[in-house]
Design a protein around this ligand. Structure first.
Ligand code: NA7
Length: 537
């Protein structure tokens, strides 16, 4: 008998276990796979690396942990983040409450006893007062429906489901489909191994140089001396980390100053370009200039002008409205003799054949290996793959059929005591995910403490508060360039049949945190708290 079931043992699930257990809640974490670490367990493809700096992308709950842990690089590799999560789990003795190979298939709220019945694929059933979904926004891998995929006689891999033992590609003819964050990180490393690499590119993305390097000892010392204030500072920013943002608006400075700032951002690397100017995501002209700057860089780096042209993101794709990629030697890789860019905008993939890939212009690419770097059913996929049912048998899939509906991203009306961690309608993917996860876990932890202390049975989001939050999320997004470039997973555009609804919250971590705090200060405003005897709004 447990008090809370947490679904998923990624960064959010592990944090939830740590916090809830400390307040005496009996917790069980159910994890579908055979290892801990969530996205960092599965995305083991060569080059997988975080695009938020490692010192920021880490838990803040233990001063000893942050003092002891040493990050070896500016941006941590997948292996290092995975080692970190496993260290945390061992250090705080969390493993004993995590059950692996326990894929949750359904979670059903029973109104008679006010508890959640959670069932796994292998038939286990658990009952808990609270159910926390920590299944991640980028965890439901997406395999495209391309004719003939099953007929391929070579080897196929998805970046988000990379074999634990690794893959030897030396001497192989490899085709990579997809040039998002995963593809653009992977491509330079595959090119070094493969006999020949064919990159099948549908939409060219903006890829910033990561400027990764070994950890600067002075920077690490500075962080270790000032962790509490740097964590606090991160929470007072829009994006939940300490990357330098320029408060100036691009339109208020001269073209020369804008250019100098773009150059500086290119050197700072990675996502820093997103913070070049306060209006980079709202002023089309400033954004277009940043895009032109990046296109010019591509032209300078790539030797063959036709390849450079094909690698340039189209002008209608505002910079950053598809998640900006952060890579190492990405454009340089196209100067290698063993790399060919296949421009799917000219001729899309027609079929996967037993021996490779055929495009619509009749070209046949003979391959030994196909790598699908084709992303995720993002933001909602992992939640909706579970049959979640609330009051009166209400199905979450049905409720969200036209897009996610939540109050503060943390709960959804009709589903008492169901908490959604770092999911849709939160800053999540626009922020530092560890910070976002911790913010949610702290809020839920405090909420559960409040319920327990006051002998309250259930908490549920009110419909009107939820409607207002959904409107607010949409309204903020409509003021940005995201509203004009809808071809991204932020809009569900990459998943066939998914409604085109903008899913993340663009208001920023700072504003979001303030709202979470206000709701609590006003006695859980917008929620209904019920106990056996009385119901009060
Ligand atoms: P993304 O960013 O969704 O990228 C997927 C890529 O796969 C993208 O280039 C897609 O092209 C391409 N794709 C998808 N389906 C097809 C088909 N059928 N044919 C050709 N190309 C296809 O996923 P990632 O894993 O790279 O990154 C996801 C997030 O993880 C990332 O944003 C970071 O936040 C971490 P499209 O752009 O749709 O034309």
């Amino acid at each position: 008998m447990v008090d809370a079931v947490v679904v998923g043992a990624g960064l959010a699930g592990v944090s939830a276990l740590y916090h809830l257990r400390r307040q005496g809640i009996r917790v069980l974490v159910l994890e579908a796979s055979d290892g801990i670490g969530g996205t960092w367990y599965h995305n083991r493809y060569p080059g997988a690396r975080c695009d938020i700096e490692s010192l920021d992308y880490s838990y803040s709950f233990s001063e000893e942990l942050q003092q002891d842990w040493h990050w070896s690089e500016r941006y941590a590799s997948q292996q290092e983040i995975l080692a970190y999560v496993q260290h945390v789990v061992d250090r705080f003795d969390l493993r004993k409450d995590i059950e692996l190979n326990a894929r949750v298939v359904s979670a059903v709220f029973d109104e008679t006893d006010g508890r959640w019945a959670v069932r796994t694929e292998n038939g286990q059933q658990f009952s808990a007062k609270y159910c926390l979904l920590a299944t991640g926004v980028l965890s439901a891998a997406q395999v495209p429906q391309i004719r003939g995929t099953e007929s391929f006689q070579g080897r196929s891999y998805h970046t988000a489901d990379w074999p634990t033992e690794g893959v030897d590609l030396s001497g192989d003819r490899v085709g990579v489909i997809g040039t998002g964050s995963s593809g653009t990180q992977l491509i330079p490393l595959v090119a070094e191994q493969a006999a020949h690499l064919y990159v099948f590119q549908r939409t060219p993305n903006f890829v910033m140089p990561a400027q990764n390097r070994p950890m600067d000892p002075d920077l690490e010392r500075h962080w270790k001396e000032h962790y509490p204030e740097l964590r606090k500072k991160a929470r007072a920013t829009r994006n939940g980390h300490n990357q330098i943002s320029n408060p100036l608006r691009g339109k208020d400075v001269s073209p020369e100053e804008r250019r100098a700032e773009f150059e500086r951002r290119w050197e700072l690397g990675g996502l820093y370009m997103m913070r070049a100017f306060a209006d980079i995501l709202t002023d089309p002209e400033v954004n277009a200039e940043a895009g032109d700057f990046a296109r010019e860089k591509i032209r300078q780096i790539v030797d063959d002008p036709a390849t450079a042209e094909a690698l340039m993101p189209p002008r209608e794709l505002a910079l950053g409205t598809k998640r900006l990629c952060s890579g190492t030697n990405y454009y340089e890789t196209y100067n290698r003799d063993n790399v060919t860019l296949v421009n799917l905008r000219e001729a899309p993939i027609e079929a996967v054949t037993p021996t490779g890939i055929r495009t619509a212009d009749g070209s046949e690419y003979e391959l030994d290996v196909i790598v699908y770097a084709t992303g995720f059913d993002a933001m909602t996929g992992s939640f909706l793959r579970i049959d979640v049912r609330g009051r009166g048998g209400l199905s979450l899939r049905e409720k969200w059929q036209h897009g996610p509906r939540t109050y503060l991203g943390v709960m959804t009306h009709g589903f008492p005591n169901l908490f959604i961690l770092a999911g849709p309608q939160t800053p999540s993917v626009f922020s530092n995910m560890v910070n976002q996860a911790e913010i949610h876990v702290e809020w839920v932890n405090e909420c559960i403490a409040h319920l327990e202390k006051n002998e309250i049975d259930t908490i549920e989001a009110n419909e009107d508060a939820e409607n207002a939050w959904v409107d607010h999320v949409n309204e903020l997004a409509s003021r940005t360039l995201y509203a004009q470039s809808r071809n991204s997973w932020f809009w569900g555009a990459n998943t066939p049949g998914k409604p085109r609804v903008f899913m993340p919250y663009v208001g920023g971590i700072d504003r979001y945190l303030q709202k979470l705090g206000e709701v609590v200060a006003h006695g859980y405003e917008g929620f209904t708290l019920r106990s056996r005897q009385l119901a009060r709004a």
